[in-house]
Design a protein around this ligand. Sequence first.
Ligand code: SF4
Ligand code: SF4
Length: 66
Amino acid sequence: MAQKYAFVERECVACGTCVKACPRSAMTVYKGVRAGCDAFICAGCGTCAKACPAAVIQMISKGGDE
Ligand code: SF4
Ligand code: SF4
């Protein structure tokens, strides 16, 4: 099973909800503009994607193959 990580789309409104929701503290809001996930820390749990009010987080495979 391919490991996944949270990919944040450009439409992120930098609300910080995903940062609070992530159990591994993998999410950061950069310069108050946009959130991003550290793929090495991310466990691929999908909690942030469910919590994001703007629905701009996609779970993407870490490997090349889906
Ligand atoms: S919860 Fe969604 S909109 Fe808010 S900072 Fe995270 S990715 Fe951006
Ligand atoms: S998928 Fe889970 S571990 Fe990864 S950034 Fe989102 S909440 Fe954190």
